[in-house]
Design a protein around this ligand. Structure first.
Ligand code: ADP
Ligand code: ADP
Ligand code: MG
Length: 667
């Protein structure tokens, strides 16, 4: 086994690899850019080597710098994590030449699987079921239309070099192909520098189901069941689970055996994933592509199989024979992962950047009937920068069955508290409770189908409203009583029983609060039923956990200046608590008019201007694209809110912009 390895990655996955290395007694070196100088991975690793400025192209993607770091520290091998250099055959080849170990598959396998057309051909030869379609290159639009007709609509037009959901388009008729084919070709050229395009059948009711494989350098290869990753937004996975609610044991076995056949065809000798699209209609499955690396969603497989995939990668890379046989692999319970992204679900999932004022993940270990695992790469106080992927943590829960795992997931999300940036937790939580997701009847179009207008929060149930009112009244009553008790000798001892008003939006709820002495209170809302609340909350905590009328609940609070913000599942509400006199004045406050920003194009986040798509004095229609700003690997098109004439352009392509910077002004 290696004594020391270097991790050529950052964030959550670097931390994940360090954890296993520590357990195995392997020393770790991480490399880091300027932005990551104080990161959790740097703190946890035994050694850290600075490799340059924040942009990945000047640090994490520079092979020379990483090889230099290996030589300087005496590390024997590199774990690439995912992204960055992990699927770069040239890099793997170079390490081989330099005599540096590679904790990944051989360069030939990476290369063979890196291209969709050639890997599809290889898969077909290995007896793997592939999507019906045209395997060759297509010269022009006329030929594309003919091929599409032969395949039968709908079809999918794909860039052979594509990845990350780019360069893909569905076509339902000739006209779609006439438009789509040149568009995909152009996108492929600009994104991948390779304009080869092919066409295949679009699988109806598509589900994304992938098989985890694991091979060694001695010709052994096994599969570790499937993961279902159909919950995607813009082809980006959001929630993954294992096993899949769709598969039966026979289909699983067939898919697993085909995945292994393909892996063996390229002498696959590490952990890898064979992706399939599976039709929800008839469980027909078809090979999509192979990812020749550790996958983001690998923890769900680890939780149901008990295999540490990073440990296995290290073992096989160091030359060990696989000690696990196919017959050792079973399915124990159910696991669900959600990706916590720094993005604002209420504003069309716009990336969100800033300092983590608070970061309180749920604790690991038992929660209710389930178990919690947290794979995170950040700590409270860390800065989330514009330079990298917006994924900051992964929450994984396990349960004896799907419902138990999903319930535990919802409860863990209720206890996951982030302030300072926007996060997608309310959105994930809403999905956890949504009927169709619960039923398991999902497809890759799930998010588009169920949230067609985007995400606008979930309206609170009556119980949630009651929980919020009671928790807010309790916290507020507790704090004001304590303030009065400590505010000086002359002040009268405050009454435990008091009248308050809780203001929720434009609704006011008169509340009688009777504070007990021991974390308990009686609360009557609007002269109705009296509720009993019990909690061990103390000032300074941002989670109120306890029971209300005997039922457990957990309510998150944020924002100390503008009231108590309640977050529970997909619900977010703001409550103000005040005396009846103040409440009366509050009701008479004139509404503050919103400033008119319709004549300004403002950068919604710090980022890099990719393009300005308007000119001075140009008339721009409402909804027309004005400019594109890139942050966290995402290009965001900023559109005009109203029709107008361009009066000023304050930035140009290549400029950095701050949040709220005025980029373009209309007359
Ligand atoms: P990428 O390299 O961008 O991941 P994939 O080939 O894996 O591209 O496809 C991305 C997603 O598009 C898949 O997860 C799947 O949901 C969907 N998809 C791909 N091919 C098809 C198809 N032929 N029919 C239906 N859906 C497909
Ligand atoms: P901390 O304990 O974190 O230092 P504070 O003691 O300042 O925070 O406040 C605790 C909570 O009280 C905060 O979440 C703040 O939003 C809330 N709060 C204070 N006064 C009011 C009020 N009048 N109405 C609603 N919420 C309030
Ligand atoms: Mg894919």
């Amino acid at each position: 086994m290696f004594k020391k390895i270097l991790i050529a990655n950052r964030g959550e996955i670097a931390v994940r690899v360090i954890k296993t290395c520590r357990r195995m007694g392997v020393q770790t070196v991480v490399v880091y850019s300027d932005a990551d100088a104080n990161s959790m991975a740097v703190e946890m690793a035994d050694e850290a080597v600075h490799i340059g400025p924040s942009p990945a192209a000047e640090s994490y993607l520079v092979a020379d710098k990483i090889i230099e770091a290996v030589k300087a520290t005496g590390a024997e091998a590199i774990h690439p994590g995912f992204g960055f250099l992990s699927e770069n055959p040239g890099f793997a080849k170079r390490l081989e030449e330099e005599g540096i170990g590679w904790i990944g598959p051989n360069a030939f396998a990476i290369d063979a699987m890196g291209d969709k057309i050639s890997s599809k051909k290889l898969a077909a030869e290995a007896g793997v079921s592939t999507v019906p379609g045209h395997m060759g290159l297509i010269e022009d639009t006329k030929e594309a239309v003919k091929i599409s007709k032969d395949i039968g609509y709908p079809v999918m037009i794909k860039a052979s070099a594509g990845g990350g959901g780019k360069g893909i388009r569905v076509a339902y008729n000739d006209k779609d192909v006439e438009e789509g084919f040149p568009a995909v070709k152009a996108e492929a050229k600009s994104s991948f520098g390779d304009d080869r395009v092919f066409i295949e059948k679009f699988i109806l009711e598509p589900r994304h189901i992938e098989i985890q494989v694991l091979g060694d350098k001695h010709g052994n290869c096994i599969y570790l069941n499937e993961r279902e990753c159909s919950i995607q937004r813009r082809n980006q996975k959001v929630i993954e689970e294992a096993p899949s609610p769709l598969l039966d044991p026979e289909t699983r076995k067939k898919m697993g055996e085909q995945a292994v056949a393909l892996a063996k065809a390229v002498n696959y000798d590490s952990a890898g994933t064979v992706e399939f699209v599976v039709s929800g209609k008839d469980k027909g499955f078809y090979f999509l592509e192979m990812n020749t690396r550790l996958q983001v969603e690998h923890p769900v497989t680890e939780l149901i199989t008990g295999v540490d995939l990073v440990e296995q990668m290290l073992r096989v890379a160091s030359g060990e024979k696989l000690a696990i046989k196919q017959s050792d692999i079973g399915i124990n319970g159910w696991a669900v992962e959600s990706r916590v992204y720094a993005e604002d679900p209420y504003r069309n999932f716009l990336p969100s950047i800033g300092r983590l004022k608070r970061f309180h993940p749920p604790g690991e270990g038992k929660l209710g009937e389930g178990e919690v695992r947290m794979d995170s790469g950040v700590r409270e106080g860390d800065e989330i920068s514009m330079f990298y992927d917006p994924m900051i943590a992964k929450l994984i829960t396990w349960g004896k069955d799907r419902d138990t795992a999903l319930d535990a997931h919802g409860e863990a999300l209720d206890r996951f508290h982030i302030e300072g940036i926007q996060d997608n937790i309310p959105f994930i939580a809403a999905v956890m409770d949504e009927k169709r997701f619960r039923s398991g009847n999902i497809t890759t179009a799930y998010i588009k189908d169920e949230f067609p207008e985007g995400f606008d929060g979930v309206p609170p149930t009556e119980t949630q409203e009651t929980q919020l009112i009671c928790a807010a009244a309790y916290v507020h009553g507790f704090l004001s009583r304590r303030a009065a008790l400590t505010s000086g000798r002359m002040a009268p001892v405050p009454e435990a029983r008091r009248e308050w008003v809780v203001i929720l939006g434009d609704k006011q709820y008169p509340v009688t609060l009777d504070l007990g002495g021991d974390g308990d209170a009686e609360i009557t809302i609007d002269g109705g039923k009296t509720h009993t609340l019990v909690t061990d909350w103390v000032p300074g905590q941002h989670l109120v956990e306890g029971t209300l009328d005997g039922k457990t609940f957990a309510v998150k609070f944020a924002d100390r200046t503008e009231g108590y913000v309640f977050r529970h599942r997909g619900v977010a509400l703001r409550a103000l608590v005040c005396t009846p006199q103040i409440a009366e004045l509050h009701a008479r406050l004139p509404e503050k008019p919103k400033p008119d920003t319709s004549k300004l194009i403002i950068s919604p986040m710090p980022g890099l201007v990719v393009s300005i798509d308007v000119e001075l004095d140009q008339e721009v229609q409402e909804g027309e694209a004005v400019c594109v700003v890139e942050a966290m690997k995402m290009q965001n098109i900023i559109r005009a809110e109203a029709t107008g004439t361009v009066k000023a352009i304050n930035v140009s392509a290549g400029d950095s912009v701050a949040a709220d910077e005025i980029m373009v002004e209309f007359a």
